[in-house]
Design a binder for this molecule. Structure first.
Ligand code: FAD
Ligand code: NAI
Length: 467
């Protein structure tokens, strides 16, 4: 078969790229080694984790907060098998949706491992060993990422799990130790804490969510600690010993060195980051260059050093986020069709889907300081927002960072209920190069949490009304 484009991998980057390319008239095929489309995100990432976050949040609401609303449901009972079934329903609905969309857009889908056999040639190797050669003008690599391993710690997906195993537990562990206070550790740690686990999070650095605004990280950690999560920061794991009868002993010591201690766990979740996945892809055969982190090197048009081969998503540099991969998929398809595809990396929102949520877009205060950019800060707490008070969800704040001279919004950081949705309006505003004044002068409906965004924008100019 001969194509204009063959995309390897049907995660959010790959399948979106294929659909956009087909819309633009390119004869397109995808190759996927997994039985279902949707990649990490739909199968073992964004979607199943959000389903469990949603269900466990409902459980915690019923367990702890319904009575505050005057609703007596007694003590709710957990049916974990059913909850896992609910999660799987969400996954199946989404992966089937992608299959439908690929068909609808007349994208040919091949199942098997894709290997670049040479310029313009992709070999599809199926599980039974059979193979097929596809000829193509262009190749887009969208093979995503894999779990980062901790040296000396074997992931068996039962006692020592990655995010994939942590989404599949058949019982609630009594004691869960999470290694890494990043987004996976805090999201999945929240799931199992809500369902009854004692959760201890071990983090090498002296803060949670490195990369996010420092003030946000501090307040967020305080909120999670109040919910019962235990944090051991500035601590390194030096060993994990799995016992024959089940469970594990985790040995830790201060990051700077010092006395070791042990922590007993029923399950240990390793969540220390992800690495680009290019195994078996044949990069060496054609000489595609990678950097020192194993990421495929691309130029601003997603082109690798080999003519006709492009790469997008988790396998290249930048935040490992589904929406970043999707936007790159659209951009590269448009470039291949002769249009001007582009992604604005300054405006990629980042959301942690815990309760409360954490959301950010643009620069953090630390980054602005480092870059020597003068800025003004406008902050507004949810304790002063009418809707948050009415809902009883007053934890957190909105913080807007605007250029000292021009008032242009440079970054926005939110901790609070629904922060993931609240961040969308400021992302749009930033895309249009808005000033804090522009947001402050936009009428926001009352009573909504969005008024906290408006008030934070007013606070940039020291004229918030409700504080
Ligand atoms: P992937 O989604 O990893 O897809 C790559 C695909 O390529 C896979 O299906 C793989 O099987 C296939 N493949 C690999 N090699 C080959 C080959 N040689 N031949 C054929 N097929 C191949 N991001 C968010 O934005 N929001 C979230 O809420 C979120 N939650 C997450 C939760 C978890 C637990 C995890 C692990 C990740 C989460 N992410 C989230 C990150 C998100 O999943 C990734 O950023 C996103 O999936 C990257 O998309 P991609 O298309 O680059 O790669
Ligand atoms: P992460 O990079 O977010 O966090 C890893 C944490 O582990 C960091 O705090 C790091 O300092 C710490 N760490 C590293 N080595 C350590 C060690 N040896 N001991 C103790 N701590 C150590 O990575 P995470 O949580 O694994 O997630 C991977 C990626 O998946 C994220 O970067 C994100 O891009 C994506 N993701 C996005 C989600 C979202 O958007 N809501 C949800 C889940 C994942």
């Amino acid at each position: 078969m001969s194509y204009d484009l063959v995309v390897i991998g049907t995660g959010p980057g790959g399948y979106v790229c294929a659909i956009r390319a087909a819309q633009l008239g390119l004869k397109t095929a995808v190759v996927e080694k997994r039985a279902t489309h949707g990649g990490t995100c739909l199968n073992v990432g964004c979607i199943p984790s959000k389903a469990l976050l949603h269900a466990s949040e409902a459980f915690e609401e019923a367990n702890k907060h319904f009575s505050e609303l005057g609703i007596d449901v007694g003590t709710p009972k957990l049916d974990l098998k059913k909850m896992q079934g609910f999660k799987q329903g969400g996954v199946d609905g989404n992966t089937k949706g992608v299959e439908f969309l690929l068909k609808k857009n007349k994208v040919d889908a091949y199942h098997g491992r894709g290997r670049i056999a040479g310029a313009g040639r992709v070999e599809v190797i199926s599980d039974d060993g059979g193979n097929q050669m596809l000829e193509t003008k262009n190749i887009v690599i969208a093979t995503g990422s894999d779990v980062t391993r901790l040296p000396g710690v074997e992931i068996d997906e039962k006692t020592v799990v990655s995010s994939t195993g942590a989404l599949e537990l058949a019982d609630v562990p009594k004691r869960l130790v999470v290694i890494g206070a990043g987004v996976i550790g805090l999201e999945l740690g929240s799931v199992w804490r809500r369902l009854g686990a004692e959760v201890t999070v071990i983090e090498y650095l002296d803060r949670v969510l490195p990369g996010m605004d420092g003030e946000v990280g501090k307040q967020f950690q305080r909120i999670l600690a109040k919910q019962g999560m235990v944090f051991k920061l500035s601590t390194k794991v030096t060993g994990v010993e799995v016992a024959e009868k089940g469970g594990a002993t985790v040995t830790v010591e201060p990051a700077q060195g010092g006395e070791a201690e042990t922590i007993e766990a029923d399950v240990v979740l390793v969540a220390i980051g992800r690495v680009p996945f290019t195994e078996g892809l044949g990069l060496e055969t054609v000489g595609v260059a990678t950097d020192n982190k194993g990421r495929i090197e691309t130029d601003s048009h997603y082109a690798t050093n080999v003519t006709g081969i492009y790469a997008i998503g988790d396998v290249i540099a930048g935040p490992m986020l589904a929406h970043k991969a999707e936007d790159e998929g659209v951009a590269v398809a448009e470039i291949l069709a002769g249009q001007a595809g582009h992604v604005n990396y300054g405006v990629i929102p980042n959301v942690v889907y815990t309760f409360p949520e954490v959301a950010s877009v643009g620069k953090t205060e630390e980054e602005l300081k480092k870059d020597g950019i003068g800025y003004k800060v406008g902050k507004f707490p949810f304790t002063a927002n009418g809707r948050a008070k009415a809902n009883g969800t007053t934890d957190g704040f909105v913080k807007i960072l605007a250029d000292e001279k021009t008032d242009r919004v440079l970054g926005v950081h939110i901790v609070g209920a629904d922060a993931g949705n609240l961040i969308a309006e400021v992302a749009v505003a930033m895309e249009f190069a808005a000033s804090a004044e522009d947001i402050a002068r936009t009428c926001h409906a009352h009573p909504t949490l969005t008024e906290a965004v408006k008030e934070a924008a007013l606070a940039v100019d020291k004229r918030a009304i409700h504080v």
